[in-house]
Ligand binder design. Structure first.
Ligand SMILES: [Fe+2]
Ligand SMILES: [Fe+2]
Length: 240
């Protein structure tokens, strides 16, 4: 499976965010090998407004399947109205090139941190029961582990141990993909690779980097490519 993973487009109606997202999509459409899917891990719109999602719908128009999930800047009502999705939490499963991609909704509307509700975790367990034998990737917005950056460390997935407990029963899950922190990064969680997409709209300024402000608006947008073969993920990060 060949997956392009982008995140945090923060479309707000302004030219800057739109131009960056367009630049990334043009780059993906110019690759010499087709991707099996493009995954967008949240903060797709900056304020969760319908007019923002209408711009998003145009930007994410692609010959490839575009799979998406909400972040803390998204709002379910506008998201669902334009991009679609189930009632309640926006949890969905997609089948891509012999793999399952389980996309979870970690949004708490009005909050920067995230959670997987008991309903979402119950849905996840039932979904993974039905996927036994299928190599599966799980994606959601908020990283479940400390990033070692003082501000974003306040905004992580809450109660990550509840997710780890569910995952312990499902050996077919091979990796976790997130966004939210606008930094190309890798770690582990629950014994699995945790692969974090860079931001399209901006790049996190680490505590030990010079400069003012939480993010660097000049740094180029980025993409993660995940190539999955024999249950092993190889990730390449690129700036665009
Ligand atoms: Fe974001
Ligand atoms: Fe976020």
């Amino acid at each position: 499976m060949f997956l392009a993973h982008i995140s945090d487009t923060h479309i707000d109606g302004g030219d800057r965010a739109t131009d960056r997202a367009r630049r990334v999509m043009d780059y993906l459409h110019g690759l010499t090998r087709p991707v099996d899917a493009i995954l967008v891990t949240g903060d797709i719109a900056d304020h969760g407004r319908v007019d923002e999602y209408e711009i998003v719908a145009g930007l994410l128009d692609s010959p490839y399947p575009v799979l998406h999930l909400p972040g803390n800047h998204d709002r379910r009502e506008g998201y669902r109205k334009v991009l679609g999705g189930p009632d309640g939490e926006l949890n969905v499963v997609h089948h891509v090139a012999g793999h399952a991609l389980v996309l979870l909704d970690s949004l708490i509307e009005g909050r920067d941190e995230g959670e997987l509700t008991p309903q979402t975790l119950t849905w996840l367990a039932a979904t993974l029961d039905g996927l036994r034998g299928t190599p599966t990737l799980i994606a959601f917005h908020h990283p479940p582990v400390r990033m070692h950056q003082a501000v974003v460390d306040q905004w992580l997935l809450q109660k990550p141990e509840d997710l780890a407990e569910v995952l312990a029963g499902y050996p077919d899950v091979i990796a976790i993909l997130t966004g939210h922190t606008h930094t190309a990064a890798a770690s582990t969680f629950a014994g699995l690779p945790l692969l974090i997409a860079p931001g399209v709209t901006s790049t996190l300024r680490l505590d030990w980097e010079p400069g003012e402000g939480l993010v660097d608006l000049e740094a180029p947008p980025g993409v993660a490519f995940h190539v999955v073969e024999d249950r092993r993920v190889m990730t390449h990060w690129r700036v665009v």
